[in-house]
Design a protein around this ligand. Structure first.
Ligand code: DGI
Ligand code: FE
Ligand code: FE
Ligand code: FE
Length: 188
């Protein structure tokens, strides 16, 4: 196998028990979606287990990396919500030794999505939204759609997340808008 137990332990050490339970829920959902849509279950498992690996790192650590490693300095205007996947993927690579580019890309895109998403990217993006522990208005409908049409589930999640962010007057990351334009408005 791919040392799932070791990976789980490593991830568990870096987060609260509550968040770890979320990660296990995402894994369960991602593996189920991989089976349904014909993706690698092993890659789905690894990406799911590591997608929020960096979520509890201090802001100062992300800020240092953004300034040091040639990231777009506009990133400094955002926060952990945007940093933990995009920059977290590089921590997963360096600290957990995961070199599979498909897995790293799924981690990078798991919060914002993108216009161009691989099957694995979509699976992690959607699994994160509908894992069994999630409880919010609309999650039941999102789960139903995900079993029928993965692209529709990407669109549903994107639209509802953006609506929620706008209601809260949160700063919208350009990639989030790119995802909305492509998957909700139309594949122009
Ligand atoms: O890490 P999780 O809580 O499991 O979920 P996530 O990584 O999908 O999302 C983390 C947060 O990021 C969530 O509250 C929604 C938010 N988010 C998504 N797109 C944007 C965003 N926040 C801002 N400010 N801007 C965005 O474009
Ligand atoms: Fe996340
Ligand atoms: Fe998400
Ligand atoms: Fe998550």
């Amino acid at each position: 196998t791919y040392k799932r137990e070791e990976l789980m332990q490593e991830v568990q050490m870096h987060m609260s028990e509550r968040r770890f339970q979320h990660v296990l829920g995402v894994e369960e959902m991602a593996v189920a979606l991989a089976a349904k849509y014909g993706a690698s279950k092993e890659k789905a498992s690894i990406a799911a287990l590591t997608h929020d690996y960096a979520k509890e790192r201090p802001d100062e650590e992300f800020e240092l990396i953004i300034k040091r490693d040639g990231y777009d300095q506009q990133l400094l205007a955002y926060g952990n919500a945007i940093w933990h996947g995009l920059i977290g993927a590089s921590m997963v690579q360096r600290e957990l030794g995961i070199e599979d580019e498909e897995i790293l890309e799924a981690i990078r895109l798991h919060t914002t999505g993108a216009a161009a998403m691989s099957l694995l990217d979509k699976i992690i993006y959607v699994a994160d939204y509908i894992e069994p522990g999630r409880k919010f208005q609309g999650v039941k409908e999102a789960r139903e759609i995900a079993l029928i049409d993965l692209d529709e589930a990407v669109a549903y999640e994107t639209k509802h997340t953006l609506q929620h962010l706008i209601e809260q007057e949160q700063r919208i990351y350009p990639k989030t808008i790119e995802t909305y334009n492509y998957w909700v408005v139309g594949k122009a």
